[in-house]
Design a protein. Structure first.
Length: 159
């Protein structure tokens, strides 16, 4: 027999971290409920955000259990552990961001370009336009949007 009963199951998933700003989880949680979160670093954006959420849940009598980390906000000891681990998780996220940004800077210095590659040869557009070809025909010949042709021509005039 399970240690707890599944009364309401709600999966709230978002790329990155869980966002509780839409008050779906906060409003539907009642005293005695337990919110299950996969990992500690998925509850909030930073330590302060996470502690605030846990305080709100605690005031409602709602516990939070972190499945992968094997910890819970039940009791003072649990809240202390969550606070410490969330600070560690935040430091780790900052370190990862710093490394990522350093890698980007190094790549830029090496001349590596970011973003989508240009698929339109600007010189071809300009040459066709100089020969008197209209924007619609240029777009048709190069299989690009007419607005792209206009943008290239406008950029050329501005420079």
């Amino acid at each position: 027999m399970p240690a707890f009963e599944w009364v309401h199951v709600q999966l709230h998933q978002q790329k990155g971290m869980i966002s509780l700003s839409p008050p779906t989880i906060c409003n539907s949680a009642e005293e005695g409920d337990v919110i299950l979160v996969k990992k500690l670093d998925r509850l909030g954006r930073d330590t302060a955000d996470m502690i605030q959420l846990i305080k709100e849940f605690d005031a409602q009598g709602v516990a939070v259990r972190f499945i992968d980390d094997g910890i819970s906000t039940d009791g003072d000891m649990g809240q202390m552990v969550v606070t410490i681990l969330s600070a560690v998780a935040q430091a780790e996220r900052r370190r990862i961001l710093e490394r990522t940004n350093e890698g980007r800077q190094e790549a830029k210095l090496k001349g590596i370009k970011f973003g989508r590659r240009r698929t339109v040869d600007r010189n071809v557009v300009l040459t066709l336009h100089q020969k008197g070809t209209g924007a619609t025909e240029i777009a048709h010949q190069l299989s690009i949007a007419r607005s792209t042709v206009y943008k290239i021509l406008e950029d050329e005039r501005a420079s």
